[in-house]
Design a protein around this ligand. Structure first.
Ligand SMILES: NC(=O)c1ccc[n+]([C@@H]2O[C@H](COP(=O)([O-])OP(=O)(O)OC[C@H]3O[C@@H](n4cnc5c(N)ncnc54)[C@H](O)[C@@H]3O)[C@@H](O)[C@H]2O)c1
Length: 336
């Protein structure tokens, strides 16, 4: 679906984090709908390095880009020589998705250097060329702030959420000095959909529960999961938000959710219904009680107003669209 009249054909588009979940979906969106655009994907991809929590340092995977015909620049955001190289491309748009996306990575130095410090260069690049910059902020900026979560009332509970909040502050400060700049931060809530498999344990519960059920197991949830509700947003709506944010009615920071929280229990139940199983639920104690978000629900009124963004995919519909991929992954990647 074409989400805007923006003339992307013939333009040079940078997608950072393009080997990751959201970035690769964005790359394919442009490739499919704007065959004359030049798409450049920048990503560190993965190697065998891990953080202290045992998770990979970067989740980019070439398999997310099978079929992609644009240019790939394998590079580290933290490489100080990167910026001169990027200047040479003459980009017309920047979609900045690259980041340490793992909310359980607690090394504050590396998180802030990678997510926040390098963001300044993208702002400078966008200002220098007078081009739109759309970047990934996060619902994690809200931490335990009350629902509905609204821009301006943040309370991050981890350094990941803090890094994104400080990116947003940098944006606000820039927009004060350059009010005509087109810079939009998108606070995604819980995104799910194709090409998230290579995020391993940090992939959505939709995928993880789907694979448990396909393995013939009773889905495992925390006790009380019918009362733990999140704003789950399907990847297609996240792409819609990015495309619309490239030509915003008003620059700024916006939530990207459905505005309608659903429970983890509902995810398991919808999956079972659509897969035709009836395994019930296996409840386990929630070890995070005390530091756990029980309700996230995005206030999306400003996003509708400022971006023209309207979420179109319900949880039932998102799972229906996603299931063929969940099954395919189960056959080709999980069962092997
Ligand atoms: N998926 C969600 O639910 C969600 C929610 C809120 C915000 N976000 C944000 O959206 C963006 C995309 O998230 P995602 O879910 O696609 O995660 P992802 O981990 O799949 O994508 C991030 C990409 O950035 C790359 N990367 C990491 N460090 C890098 C570095 N130093 N240099 C270059 N590339 C590097 C990774 O290899 C990866 O491909 C991230 O900024 C994330 O913080 C995601």
């Amino acid at each position: 679906m074409i989400y805007s009249d923006e003339p992307f054909n013939g333009k040079t588009i940078l997608i950072t984090g393009g080997a990751g979940f959201i970035g690769s979906n964005l790359a394919f969106y442009f490739q499919r709908h704007y065959p004359d655009a030049k798409i450049v994907v920048l990503d560190l991809f993965r190697n065998n390095e891990t953080f202290d929590n045992g998770n990979l340092k970067s989740f980019g995977h070439f398999k997310n880009l099978l079929g992609f015909t644009g240019e790939i620049l394998c590079a580290d955001l933290n490489d100080p020589t990167l910026w001169e190289r990027l200047r040479g491309y003459g980009f017309d748009y920047i979609f900045h998705q690259a980041a340490i996306s793992d909310t359980t990575m607690y090394d504050q130095t590396i998180m802030l250097q990678t997510n926040l410090n390098t963001f300044k260069y993208f702002i400078d690049l966008a200002l220098e060329r007078n081009i739109p910059l759309v970047y990934a902020s996060s619902g994690a900026t809200y931490g335990d702030a009350e629902a509905p979560q609204t821009v301006g009332r943040e309370a991050p509970q981890n350094v990941y959420g803090f890094s994104k909040l400080m990116m947003d502050h940098l944006t606000r400060d820039t927009l004060k000095r350059y009010p005509d700049a087109k810079i939009v931060g998108l606070r995604y809530f819980n995104v799910y959909g194709p090409r998230e498999f290579y995020k391993n344990k940090t992939a959505s519960m939709v995928l993880q529960l789907g694979h448990q059920i396909l393995a013939g197991k009773t889905p495992k949830l925390f006790t009380g999961s019918d009362t733990i509700r999140r704003d789950f947003i399907y990847i297609d709506d996240v792409i819609q938000a990015n495309i619309k944010a490239a030509n915003p009615r008003q620059s700024g920071i916006y939530n990207v959710g459905t505005g309608n929280a659903r429970s983890f229990q509902e995810i398991a139940d919808i999956l079972q219904e659509q897969l035709g199983t009836d395994y019930g639920t296996d409840y386990i104690d929630n070890p995070y009680i005390g530091s756990y978000q029980f309700l996230t629900e995005a206030d999306i009124a400003p996003s509708i107003e400022g971006l023209g963004y309207t979420p179109q995919v319900t949880l039932e519909e998102g799972i229906r669209r996603y299931l063929p991929e969940i099954k395919h992954l189960f056959q080709t990647e999980v069962k092997r």
